[in-house]
Design a binder for this molecule. Structure first.
Ligand SMILES: [Zn+2]
Ligand SMILES: [Zn+2]
Length: 129
């Protein structure tokens, strides 16, 4: 299992240093070429990281391309995320804004939103231009 741990570490540090970007598995494999990680190893590790809640899988509308983004930072606990269905990027909604939405849903619908796992889908500013 040693080699798996190594690959996982490489992938994790890749995501950590590209925290605000979303990547397809192919793009990740391309970026990690120097680490000699095969595309199948990338897929396997991505699946594991997703299962562990370290990264999030987004599917672009249109071409149904799958993108991955790191979501396991401490700052991400307690706020909602906005995912663009055009470019696959996930944005972090500021805590104050998240709280407003969560509160309003709770007051109006008596439903307690789980902000850590709730994603709002739409189109980002860049993709609307
Ligand atoms: Zn976040
Ligand atoms: Zn976008």
């Amino acid at each position: 299992m040693q080699y798996n741990t190594k690959q996982r570490e490489v992938l994790m540090s890749f995501f950590e240093s590209h925290h605000d970007q979303a990547f397809s598995a192919e793009e990740i494999a391309e970026q990690l070429k120097s680490e000699k990680i095969s595309i199948s190893a990338v897929y396997r590790n991505l699946a594991e990281l997703e299962k562990d809640g370290k990264i999030r899988k987004n599917i672009k509308s249109g071409n149904r391309k799958i993108f991955y983004q790191f979501v396991d930072c401490d700052e991400c606990k307690g706020h909602l995320h906005l995912t663009c269905t055009k470019c696959g990027k996930t944005e972090h909604l500021p805590d104050a804004d998240s709280n407003k939405i969560v509160k309003s849903v709770l007051q109006n619908s008596n439903f307690n939103l789980d902000s850590d796992s709730t994603i709002l889908y739409g189109v980002c500013e860049k993709c609307r231009k």
